[in-house]
Design a binder for this molecule. Structure first.
Ligand code: FES
Length: 135
């Protein structure tokens, strides 16, 4: 399926692809995770600002297909104001469900958001440990 054939996508995917939410750089992010699909080369960077045990703000930069951009955008919406412990339980299927499903051939595109989230939370834990060690 060509990437620009939007007819195969849900209305939610098309909406988030054409009007991405929370796109751009989050200057005061304290949790950053990236992932790249080795097959297609698509790439996502997820930036979170975590305060206490909640994600207060989420932004993303994704270079990729409509499905990867839509799931990236939706991920930032889902993650905003979510508890870190709950975010850690999210899977790529949660992002697929949140955008109203993806064509079978594009399911793998949701991996970027799930993998970037896992890395961002690991980054946050690492920063917390380091700041705790130096305190
Ligand atoms: Fe690369 Fe969708 S085709 S993530």
């Amino acid at each position: 399926m060509p990437d620009d054939d939007l007819r195969a996508y849900s209305e939610i995917v098309i909406d988030h692809f054409q009007h991405p939410r929370n796109a751009g750089v989050l200057e005061d992010a304290n949790a950053v995770g990236e992932d790249r699909n080795p097959v297609c080369g698509d790439h996502m960077k997820l930036m979170l600002r975590i305060e206490g045990d909640e994600i207060r703000e989420a932004r993303f930069q994704t270079r990729g297909c409509p499905a990867s951009i839509a799931t990236s955008s939706m991920a930032t919406v889902v993650l905003t104001d979510m508890r870190v412990a709950d975010a850690a339980q999210l899977t790529r299927q949660d992002f697929v469900d949140a955008v109203g499903g993806l064509p079978k051939a594009k399911i793998h595109c949701s991996v970027l958001a799930a993998a970037a989230l896992k890395r961002a939370l690991a980054d946050f834990r690492e920063r917390s440990t380091m700041s705790g060690a130096s305190a």
